[in-house]
Design a protein around this ligand. Structure first.
Ligand code: FES
Length: 170
């Protein structure tokens, strides 16, 4: 039976093509997951089950990979992804408060997407910009020396045009 997430014939066909392409090559799991994420915008449990069956892998292993790497998500991501670093350097400088501010403002928890599909909120490990701690990112843009006010201001402005620090440092 075709799961709900695969109701779109075109995407389902792309997905099965990707599986066939990868399944007989060495190390097929990561490229298959990456294709699933690209095609569906997520790697839901339904999709994981199909991959498990086709690649003869355990669901536990696949789920472990999907939940470990931030490039994969269990539910479709929003138009913009806000990632708040909870690595040590950022955490000691108050990044939890920034994550909480986003949670309050957007009314979603870590890993969730707003109902309008505009934002997905994620807590991340160190992104290698500790010198700018605390740090959050909106899509690929790094906002360093952040604080709650900066987070709120960013949400009030167009996220693709807000002023941010597009660099990282060690
Ligand atoms: S701990 Fe946040 S960038 Fe390193």
């Amino acid at each position: 039976m075709v799961p709900n997430t695969l109701h779109d014939d075109e995407r389902a066909s792309l997905f099965y093509d990707a599986i066939s392409k990868h399944k007989n090559l060495p190390g097929p799991l990561m490229p298959t997951l990456q294709d699933a994420q690209r095609i569906f915008g997520c790697v839901s449990l339904d999709i994981q089950k199909i991959i498990a069956k086709e690649l003869k892998e355990s669901i536990a292993k696949i789920n472990g990979v999907v939940t470990f790497y931030s490039q994969f998500s269990l539910t479709p991501k929003g138009k913009n992804t806000i990632s708040v670093c909870l690595g040590t350097a950022c955490y000691v400088k108050g990044s939890q408060g920034i994550l909480d501010a986003f949670t309050d403002e957007l009314k979603i928890k870590n890993g969730e997407t707003t109902k309008d599909g505009m934002y997905t909120l994620e807590a991340t490990r160190c992104i290698g910009a500790c010198g700018l701690a605390p740090v959050f990112c909106i899509n690929e843009r790094v906002c360093g020396r952040a604080n709650v006010q900066k987070a709120k201001t960013m949400l009030q402005s167009n996220p693709t045009s807000h002023e941010s620090h597009d660099h990282s440092e060690d």
